[in-house]
Design a protein around this ligand. Structure first.
Ligand SMILES: [Zn+2]
Ligand SMILES: [Zn+2]
Length: 251
């Protein structure tokens, strides 16, 4: 579905809206560290200057993965596997600035970013996902990595999005093996490890087990789509589940 022009216009107006603090107090921007009497409408932790530089994805070329450029990955995957991930949408382009923001959250463990990212994803969800969702789940991290980082960044985002949407979050997926860090792998290596990384945690479904479900899988970045497709394939093959993806960034 293409977004109606007035929806895009309203969204842009909202995203660039600045809130002036009336009580004379100042915020300290999480991104630039400067003190400011103004903040963005969606977070009191970002100054309006940093918020206005966010590279939002408003228009996409690929209807499946939401990429802003032409995309051959999705057509190749569709031919090879059929449609397992019905749609992915991402809030922002993964620019050098967004990489820095994610690094603060994911690698330096500053959890204050979680609410900002979740709020950005919630905006994208509301404006670009036109399908009803029954359950939210997230890309699981390995136990070692969770200990190393002290939290699973995608699980945190999923929980916050569950609070916003009132849709339950369930741990439907588990890691079957620990691969090398994704960022260390080449694009070809990442495309080839699409299978057997994730398992289905059927117990988590509980009372929902017998139903036909629409599941939204949350992750931080969509790069080649390998991770989300592997998750979707795992759920799609075992249960009557239609999978969608929502990530914070799209590279
Ligand atoms: Zn700032
Ligand atoms: Zn695509």
């Amino acid at each position: 579905m293409r977004l109606a022009k007035h929806i895009i216009d309203n969204l842009i107006a909202k995203l660039t809206e600045t809130v002036h603090k009336k009580d004379g107090s100042k915020i300290v921007c999480l991104a630039c560290g400067k003190r400011s009497a103004q903040h963005s409408f969606f977070s009191q932790q970002l100054c309006n200057h940093c918020a206005n530089d966010i590279p939002w994805i408003m228009k996409h070329v690929c209807e499946f993965c939401g990429r802003v450029q032409a995309c051959t990955d999705c057509t190749e995957r569709l031919r090879a596997n059929g449609q397992v991930l019905h749609k992915n949408r991402s809030a922002v382009q993964y620019t050098p600035t967004m990489k820095k923001w994610l690094a603060s959250y994911k690698f330096r463990g500053d959890e204050r970013w979680a609410s900002i990212f979740a709020e950005m994803m919630w905006l994208t969800w509301q404006t670009q996902m036109d399908t009803p969702i029954d359950i939210i789940t997230y890309v699981p991290t390995s136990k070692e990595r969770a200990i190393e980082r002290s939290f699973n960044q995608s699980e945190r985002l999923a929980s916050l999005l569950s609070e916003r949407s009132n849709i339950p979050v369930m741990p439907l997926l588990c890691r079957l093996q620990n691969g090398d860090k994704q960022s260390m792998k080449s694009r070809t290596e990442r495309l080839s490890i699409e299978h057997a990384v994730f398992g289905f945690n059927s117990q988590a479904l509980g009372q929902w087990k017998q139903k036909s479900l629409r599941v939204l899988i949350i992750d931080d970045v969509y790069t080649t789509g390998t991770t989300l497709h592997a998750c979707a394939k795992c759920l799609h093959e075992i249960a009557d589940i239609r999978c969608y993806g929502l990530t914070w960034a799209r590279s």
